[in-house]
Write a protein that binds this ligand. Sequence first.
Ligand code: FAD
Length: 403
Amino acid sequence: PVLTSPLHIAVVGGGIGGLAAALATARAGHRVTLVERAARFGEIGAGLQLAPNASLALDELGVLPAVRASAVAPPRLVMMDALTGDEVTSLDLRSSAYTDRFAHPYLVTHRTDLHAALLTACQEHPAVTLRTGHTVAEADQDGSGVHLHFAEGHAPLTADAVVAADGLHSRLRQVLVGDGEPVCSRYVAFRGALPTGKMTGRMSQHAASEAVMVWTGPRMHLVQYPVRRGELYNQVAVFESDHYTPDSDDWGTEAELEERFAGACRAVRDALPLVSRDRRWPLYDRAPISTWVHGRIALLGDAAHPMLQYLAQGACQALEDAVALGQALGRSADPAEAFAAYADRRRERATLIQINARRFGEICHLEGMGATLRNMLLSSRGPEAFDDISWVWTPTPAPAPAL
Ligand code: FAD
């Protein structure tokens, strides 16, 4: 749409959420300056699952073909029992039940591939300016705009409005919402993608199947799937530490990883030495909040709704945020009005997913009788039973245009 008075919007953070927000805002007819604190744009070397709500969002942002070029469309999502090695349940992503319900594909991608597709689209858009090495330290606003101040001492940036997409530890959320530190789940992830050829023997069968494999066990699980045209295989091992201490990083160690997975089935134990140990990721979320908008500043992505990864929806929700933001800014060039419409559309759904991500984690990590009951219940469902997950994979429709 051509707006009579395009705004200048600053986006803080150049992760998946920030880049998508910048792109959506520019495509809505506004001018964007995105500031990122890192010296270079980038993402970590691991995979990301993109449910059909995310591939719909990528389509709406015009980058789905670029993402699809390197992503894999897995045929199945499979839940395995990590102790017995038995299949618990699966969903058939190539069935007509899937295609009847979801118009867009379920994809798995390397994070850097998705990030690069969004970055290229931003670089190619004439209305987007990208700046690295800019760490937002403070923001002050008045009736006419927002001034961002940078830790590096760069000149302040003035914009009509600001989108804070600065992640889990958002500085702007800290200032505006003040809800303290993120909540640590005491779980930790070790993850990374390796050349698929390194998955040998029995492990190569799972890799060749191209399915998303989720091996669930007592207070631990392993996720595996191919990325980058199948050339790389992503593995994420997650477990609860018994040694969590809030003030130190000396918990959730490699030794604990080995110990927690020692009782797993052969397939999981064979895969474990190939799980990347370069870095460990303590897993955090926050309680939902309703205050996403503060005057001319709106929160987006993990800054607004950081969630545990058990529904694989954090980035998917950030992409949905970006599309909703773009649509709201396409309808109104009044930042307060557009931000209110964006938050109204997104808050309830993101909150529900945040809450259910915690619950699904608890279900995954059950032990003893709880795990037996879970397996019994889930194994009674067929591979075309999308009823329970379809609300997660289906975004709230955009409101009808005003007449
Ligand atoms: P971030 O990626 O954190 O980006 C924030 C950006 O802001 C960064 O580039 C940072 O450098 C920058 N920044 C921070 N502070 C400042 C500042 N003061 N000034 C300027 N810049 C700043 N999601 C899925 O959808 N599917 C999955 O399969 C999935 N798997 C996951 C597995 C694990 C183990 C984990 C931990 C998460 C997973 N997620 C998944 C969640 C997903 O990774 C996040 O929700 C998503 O990356 C959030 O993107 P973001 O852009 O909001 O935040």
